[in-house]
Design a protein around this ligand. Structure first.
Ligand SMILES: Cc1cc2nc3c(=O)[nH]c(=O)nc-3n(C[C@H](O)[C@H](O)[C@H](O)COP(=O)(O)O)c2cc1C
Ligand SMILES: Nc1ncnc2c1ncn2[C@@H]1O[C@H](COP(=O)(O)OP(=O)(O)O)[C@@H](O)[C@H]1O
Length: 219
């Protein structure tokens, strides 16, 4: 049996509609990924609440918190992957490309006795994420080619693969530049381990490597 870190997990997809509860009931909007992105989560990345970085189209990179699972409070029947970006946007961005780098785990998904308790828990998650991200350990990911390359690169090249924490765009034209930049980012998992307090999940699956990427779009 072997163990490995799940993080970072890279994902990109077009923002789709959810149930509209994030903004209206909770006051905390969450951008939903399409089913394809959810289906491509590595089996080792279980349901729960995560934190990391997010970027809409070619906009700035922000911190984020993410819920992965069935939202036990609402008893959803479909697994979702919902990202609350730590920024106040002027308007909705349904239909836009969202890129995320999931960097750590916060807690399991829970049921709550009231909506207020769910909201308090999410606010706690936001504080936790802000604290973790403020440590500066993740700054390298803001400069990671996955986030810095134009969104067009990802849209036009869906065959993106990740290997040992280095994102490679698998086309001749894009790959040279991207790989060159990416080569500066070595063994991100090790860097995380040595300089940050990062929660790790473990798995007995030894067939995968660190740094996963899922890509999807609705259409
Ligand atoms: C950081 C964070 C933590 C969350 N934690 C839970 C949780 O513990 N239990 C739960 O049922 N839902 C949880 N949610 C999911 C919310 O219930 C969900 O975002 C809300 O239902 C909005 O869904 P919608 O975008 O599909 O409308 C969490 C969401 C976020 C962003
Ligand atoms: N800070 C933010 N984080 C995530 N989504 C946001 C944010 N600000 C605005 N939005 C918009 O709000 C939408 C989510 O609102 P929400 O009420 O949760 O509805 P839905 O259930 O359709 O996801 C996102 O798809 C996005 O377009």
């Amino acid at each position: 049996m072997s163990s490995r870190t799940v993080f970072p997990h890279f994902a990109a997809g077009i923002v789709v509609k959810g149930f509209g509860r994030g903004s209206k009931e909770l006051g905390i909007p969450t951008a939903n990924f399409p089913d394809e992105v959810v289906a491509n989560l590595p089996s080792s990345m279980g349901t729960g609440i995560y934190y990391g970085l997010a970027k809409v189209m070619d906009g700035p990179t922000y911190g984020m918190v993410m819920s992965v699972g069935w939202n036990p409070y609402y008893k959803n029947t479909k697994k979702s992957m919902e990202t609350h970006i730590l920024h106040v946007f002027d308007e909705d961005f349904y239909g836009s490309w969202l890129r995320v780098v999931v960097l750590g785990y916060i807690r399991p998904e829970l049921n709550f006795e009231s909506l207020d308790l769910l909201i308090s828990a999410i606010k706690n998650d936001i504080s936790t994420a802000e604290r973790k991200l403020a440590q500066g350990c993740f700054d390298k990911y803001s400069d990671h080619p996955f986030l810095t390359c134009p969104v067009d690169t990802i849209v036009k090249n869906p065959a993106i693969i990740a290997s040992h924490n280095v994102v490679v765009i698998a086309t001749p034209t894009a790959s040279t530049a991207i790989q060159k930049e990416a080569s500066d980012i070595t063994s991100a998992g090790d860097a995380l381990d040595s300089s940050c307090e990062v929660e790790k999940t473990t798995t007995s699956d030894s067939s995968s490597v660190n740094g996963h990427l899922t890509n999807g779009h609705s259409s």
